[in-house]
Design a protein around this ligand. Structure first.
Ligand code: GLN
Length: 539
């Protein structure tokens, strides 16, 4: 088998240029030509993983099948490629150092001074290649942060070394940069790009391809100038113009022939023209919806949309499948605590209560659940959203006034949501929740069964608390029933209110598994119920 090819994607000038989307778009094009591709992200921070980070720091924490808590870019990778990622796809500086220091304590470097070069850079390279050899034709590695940042230096140095130790035709470097438009001068400016490439050159890395983020098309003379000053071929200056949606970017990159330039550089055959039929059909439906609905997304961090990235994207996939534009009305859970709930939620066709941790905003979320249940508005509760749906039902239907989750009220007399047994002894914070994919048996004659049309599903988790099964009989008698159970532990995974058009809470996070080519069945079913509700109201 031919050796694996490695593509590194670095960034300069500023963060948020969209390295993740460019990496995912290139990967999509190469995959659509018949190559097996994976993408990994290297993050320069010292946390072992983003699991302990507040969403304000780093947006949503994305969970993989194998239970890794990862950067939200991995969500993009999966949504674009429709293939799962794993723990090996997201590495932080913290993990690299932790691995090296653990080995040092075991005596593996006995007698030697352990240093950034070669020990840290060797460990970085070992992780660069982990998903290659035999596994994939092409591995794309996105280096987080900007060139010139002190903390990215070891990664850039490892890229420099990789270029030398691999065959020249096996490694390519793409640098993503900004070409700003100065209104006062009426011109696109190339200097920031020149400087950022200089930074990369100082570190000994000559980029092969420059992807230039811009708000205006790049004219030929600007492309020539960039090529000349940055020592890259003219055809290797790629324009990345602001797009209407992130899902346009693969097509924009195809038009700029980014995939062809990379294949040439890596001496790989073109194989076929990218087969993007399904992708284009999705885009067509996404851009030309025939119906429109508004869903309230009730959460603690709604001022920071990236906190709920996968949910927002899952609505785009499900909406497109039903030719429906799903508008999200972002509702801060705390605003529902003293505000007029009916007024805040009056205009929405469906309500989703988001995942979360801790006490803040919880009572507001419970009010949203109550509004949805009483007014028969389609309701979707995810993780904490499901747990609070259980609490609301316990308080207002079963009349257990102080029912609660012990996460918020440790001394409640009705702990309807409580700590999982194996969580009771957990002391450390990082990576200690119930994480990753577990099987769930779906009960017949439920909304979930209709949506999935399968008896056993596998969904991803990230939680410490669970439904307290000793109350299940009482819930079921009163009209809220378990629609999904873990076959090994009998843990309740799905709860549904029966006397309601669509009221489903899941302990797992379906949003992590929604992709462009595989919209999630529960999101589709929810949007469908929202459409029906809207239609019924209009009559
Ligand atoms: N805080 C809850 C738990 O730990 C819910 C977690 C979540 O919504 N992801 O069980």
């Amino acid at each position: 088998m031919a050796s694996t090819k490695y593509i590194f994607v670095t960034g300069g000038v500023t963060s948020s240029l969209g390295k993740g989307i460019i990496s995912a778009s290139l990967a999509k094009l190469l995959q659509a030509r018949g190559y097996s591709v994976t993408i990994q992200k290297f993050d320069p921070y010292l946390n072992i993983d983003p699991g302990t980070l507040n969403p304000y720091e780093h947006g949503e924490c994305y969970v993989t099948d194998d239970g890794a808590e990862t950067d939200l870019d991995l969500g993009h990778y999966e949504r674009y490629l429709n293939t799962p990622t794993s723990r090996a796809n997201n590495i932080t500086t913290g993990r690299i150092y932790n691995n090296v220091i653990t080995r040092e304590r075991k005596g593996e470097f006995l007698g030697k001074t352990v240093q950034v070069i070669p020990h840290i850079t060797d460990e970085i390279k070992r992780n660069f290649y982990l998903l290659g050899e035999g596994e994939h034709d092409i591995v794309i590695t996105e280096i987080g942060g900007c060139v010139g940042d002190i903390e990215s230096l070891p990664f850039v140095e490892a890229v420099r070394q990789a270029k030398f130790e691999k065959d020249e035709n096996d490694v390519a470097v793409i640098h993503l940069t900004l070409v700003p438009y100065l209104k006062s001068a009426g011109e696109l400016k190339t200097k920031p790009t020149q400087h950022s490439v200089q930074k990369l050159l100082e570190a000994g890395v000559q980029p092969d391809v420059l992807v230039c983020r811009t708000e205006h098309p790049l004219p030929a003379d600007i492309r020539r100038k960039i090529a000349q000053f940055c020592n890259v071929r003219l055809q290797h200056v790629i324009e990345s113009i602001d797009a209407e949606t992130i899902y346009d970017v693969p097509l924009l990159m195809e038009a700029e022939q980014l995939d062809l330039r990379i294949l040439e550089r890596l001496h790989l055959p073109q194989r076929q023209n990218p087969d993007l039929g399904q992708w284009k059909a999705f885009l067509e439906r996404h851009k030309n919806p025939t119906q429109e609905v508004t869903v309230a997304l009730v959460g603690k961090y709604v001022d920071l949309r990236d906190s709920y990235k996968s949910i927002a994207e899952a609505f785009i996939h499900a909406g497109a499948a039903l030719s429906t534009k799903v508008n999200i009305n972002w509702v801060r859970s705390e605003d529902l605590e003293d505000g007029d709930v009916a007024e805040i939620l009056s205009g929405v066709d469906g309500i989703l209560v988001a995942p979360g941790f801790g006490e803040r905003g919880v009572e507001g979320k419970i009010k949203a659940v109550n509004y949805a249940r009483i007014n028969k508005v389609p309701f979707f509760g995810i993780c904490l959203g499901m747990q609070l749906a259980v609490v609301e039902f316990a308080r207002n239907v079963l009349h257990w006034a102080d029912a609660a989750s012990t996460e918020m009220s440790p001394s409640t007399t009705h702990p309807v949501i409580w700590l999982m047994d194996n969580q009771k002894k957990v002391k450390e914070m990082g990576g200690t929740m119930r994480l990753g994919a577990y099987a769930c048996e779906v009960m017949a004659n439920t909304k979930a069964a209709l949506a999935y049309n399968r008896a056993v599903i596998r969904e991803r988790h990230r939680h410490r608390y669970e439904f307290n099964s000793k109350y299940l009989k009482q819930f079921e008698k009163a009209g809220m029933k378990a629609a999904g159970l873990n076959p090994d532990t009998q843990l309740v995974e799905i709860m549904e209110v029966t006397n309601h058009p669509w009221f489903v809470g899941t302990q797992f996070h379906p949003e992590y598994k929604s992709t462009v080519e595989n919209p999630h069945p529960l999101f589709k079913s929810f949007v469908d119920a929202v459409l029906k509700h809207q239609f019924a109201l209009a009559k």
